[in-house]
Ligand binder design. Structure first.
Ligand SMILES: NC(=O)c1ccc[n+]([C@@H]2O[C@H](COP(=O)([O-])OP(=O)(O)OC[C@H]3O[C@@H](n4cnc5c(N)ncnc54)[C@H](O)[C@@H]3O)[C@@H](O)[C@H]2O)c1
Length: 381
């Protein structure tokens, strides 16, 4: 089996998730290639010890990511650093000829995203994808198949949501994701927007205009020393887009909330149509719900337990549950499959074009939230 040698830039929360997914690659039964992590980089040297301890093939640790890019034994990079660094790092990664799975949002704002998009266009020899793992849950894949099969008919509404709740606690300490100069002015939308836009964009649902309600409920948070400092990012965003389709315009509701009481990490996708409707939520991770309707017939939702019916086959028995770490691994399997010449079994990771479109939506939503007006979405492509 082909081996693809990776370097990780950013050894935080997500850097570790990739290392864990790569370490249990034997979980997958039909992969064309496997990742091997040979180098890691973080400015916080203390974080690299975990990788040195657990990764037997790790040969390079550095605090300067350019040293990873200069390493001829690295084929591809996973970059998981704060948003303010994306527009500096991603162009340098592709210019070095390294394939890239970059973390969302692919730049802190639309201008930075344009810089990244241009750099990718200038280096067509590398494969670049944007991280977004939640659509790899089996139930999400079923909803996507349902839509692609034409079962929905004319669409009434689509709601795509990612709801977090830990910010309900006013005593939660501030971190870079809650500081606009590092996270970006999008706030919660920059953090969660790609997660809610990925599937709608993949299915061709591009809103031509949006209206956004933005909420900043907690304006100060304690820092490490207990001092209250400004928390200047949006907590919650509810965006309603207008999507024009042959069957008529429908509302696309995108919710990115950091303060959704009781929701620790709920990603959901609900499609309502005249012929069929479907729903997946990570609150019921092994199920999906759907309804077929014929004129005058019963309106009866069905619930199916899916278990572990993953896009990329795995050793886990079909009756068992699928979880977040599995979704991460499936996303990685999709990227590695493409790197090895495959088609990601029909569901590649989010593309740079989708990342650019999501910036167009968020940029319009930010303007709408500030003015209260409906805003046209200016797509660059
Ligand atoms: N796909 C997902 O579900 C998901 C979840 C969380 C975060 N993310 C994304 O992942 C990225 C990182 O988020 P995180 O939660 O892992 O953050 P994190 O703060 O846990 O990790 C970021 C790491 O980058 C390091 N870093 C900062 N500056 C650096 C530099 N100049 N060179 C090298 N390393 C540097 C930090 O020391 C830190 O260890 C962000 O883009 C975020 O949006 C994605």
């Amino acid at each position: 089996m082909q081996t693809i040698r990776f370097g990780i830039i950013g050894c935080g929360l997500m850097g570790r998730e990739f290392a864990s997914a790569a370490a249990r690659w034997l979980h997958l039964t039909e992969s064309r290639a496997r990742p091997e992590i040979v180098g890691v980089c973080d400015t916080n040297e203390a974080l690299m010890g975990w990788f040195s301890t657990h990764l037997p093939n790790l040969k390079q640790t550095t605090t300067d990511f350019r040293e990873l890019l200069a390493n001829p034994d690295i084929d591809a990079i996973y970059c998981a650093v704060p948003h303010s660094l994306h527009a500096d790092f991603y162009p340098q990664i592709v210019a070095a000829g390294k394939h890239l799975l970059g973390e969302k949002p692919f730049g802190m704002d639309a201008g930075q995203n344009a810089t990244i998009t241009k750099a990718i266009a200038d280096h067509p020899g590398v494969l670049v994808r944007c991280s977004s793992e939640m659509p790899y849950f089996p139930g999400a894949q079923r909803v996507i198949e349902f839509v692609r099969s034409g079962a929905v008919g004319d669409i009434l509404e689509v709601e795509s949501a990612f709801l977090h709740s830990s910010d309900l606690n006013p005593d939660k300490k501030i971190n870079w994701k809650r500081i606009a100069s590092v996270n970006g002015d999008y706030g919660c939308m920059g953090d969660l927007g790609m997660h809610v836009c990925h599937v709608p964009l993949r299915l061709g649902w591009k809103p031509s205009s949006v209206h956004a309600s933005l909420v900043n409920r907690v304006t100060d948070r304690p820092d490490d020393k207990g001092n209250m400092v400004p928390c200047d990012t949006w907590d919650n965003a509810t965006i309603t887009g207008s999507v024009e389709m042959p069957g008529g315009t429908f509302p696309l509701v995108l919710k990115t909330w950091r303060i959704a009481p009781g929701e620790s990490n709920t990603w959901s996708l609900r499609v309502l149509g005249m012929k069929g409707s479907a729903l997946f939520t990570t609150k019921s991770p092994r199920q999906w719900q759907y309804m077929h309707y014929e004129a005058g017939g019963a309106q009866a939702w069905q619930v199916e337990d899916l278990g572990y019916q993953s896009l990329f086959p795995a050793i886990t028995g079909g009756i068992f549950e699928f979880g977040f770490a599995d979704a991460i691994q499936q996303m990685w399997a999709a990227f590695i499959d493409e790197l090895a010449g495959g088609d990601a079994r029909g569901f590649p990771c989010a593309t740079p074009a989708e990342a650019a479109d999501h910036h167009a939506i968020l940029n319009a939503a930010l303007a709408s939230g500030r003015t209260g007006q409906v805003q046209d979405v200016e797509y660059s492509q």
